[in-house]
Ligand binder design. Structure first.
Ligand SMILES: [Fe+2]
Length: 252
């Protein structure tokens, strides 16, 4: 099974954001053998605007079942309205969603906090995750926007998932979870969390450089550490039902 993992397209976040997101989409849709699913781990619209989501909807029109969660740049009501067509539902609550595909269950949690950049899984989301895991048959990937650990990148480490022990407790209770997929950091990275592979997808819109790669002014902001020229990339997860192998693919 092949799952594409795309993240941080940030439509409206740079003048190349649309072209880059569409380049990744076209690469995926042009594969001689299509992927089985696409997961997009947040930061879809840079300013959370309806117009940005309308463009994003086209830029994420993948030829495979697709699941998308919000990130810290997203706005739940607009996200729902354009991407999920959730008319009439409570627009402000967390957007938690499930995709079942060929025996694999993908659970995408909403780790965004309206008006803030750090992440949190609220009680409703933790309860939802517990109940979805309790009824899942077979292996599960759990995804969200915010990494639950520090990555050695000061600007995102300061706004990572808070209280990660809440997530860890749930994951350790369910041994059918095989991977945790996140975004937010705009760099391809991997680690272990709760005894599971933790894969951070690179950002499509930009790449966040490490402090040791840059000469930064004394007073620096995240923007000084973002490289908008490096090409967009995403991850291809090969999964055999037990083991995950993750290939990062740059799209020129
Ligand atoms: Fe982002």
């Amino acid at each position: 099974m092949l799952v594409a993992h795309v993240s941080d397209i940030h439509i409206g976040g740079s003048k190349q954001s649309v072209e880059r997101a569409m380049r990744v989409r076209d690469y995926l849709n042009g594969l001689p053998t299509p992927v089985d699913a696409v997961v997009v781990t947040g930061d879809i619209a840079d300013h959370g605007l309806v117009e940005e989501y309308e463009i994003a909807r086209e830029a994420m029109r993948y030829a495979a079942p697709t699941l998308v969660c919000p990130g810290n740049h997203d706005s739940r009501p607009e996200f729902r309205k354009v991407l999920l067509d959730h008319v009439g539902r409570d627009g402000a609550g967390p957007v938690n969603q499930t995709l079942r595909i060929d025996g694999l269950t993908i659970l995408l949690c909403d780790s965004s906090i309206p008006g803030r950049h750090d992440g949190h899984l609220d009680d409703a989301t933790i309860d939802w995750l517990e109940s979805e895991l309790a009824r899942a048959q077979g292996p599960v990937f759990v995804g969200m926007h915010h990494p639950p650990i520090a990555l050695g990148l000061p600007s995102v480490d300061a706004i990572r998932l808070n209280h990660p022990e809440r997530l860890e407790r749930v994951l350790r209770r369910h041994d059918q979870v095989k991977a945790v997929l996140v975004g937010h950091a705009h760099t391809a990275a991997s680690a272990v969390f709760a005894g599971l592979p933790l894969v951070v997808a690179p950002g499509v819109v930009s790449t966040l450089m490490m402090p040791s790669e840059l000469v930064l002014p004394e007073e620096w902001s995240e923007d000084d550490a973002l490289d908008f020229e490096r090409p967009p990339a995403f991850v291809l997860h090969v999964f055999d039902g037990e083991r995950l192998v993750s290939h990062t693919r740059v799209v020129l």
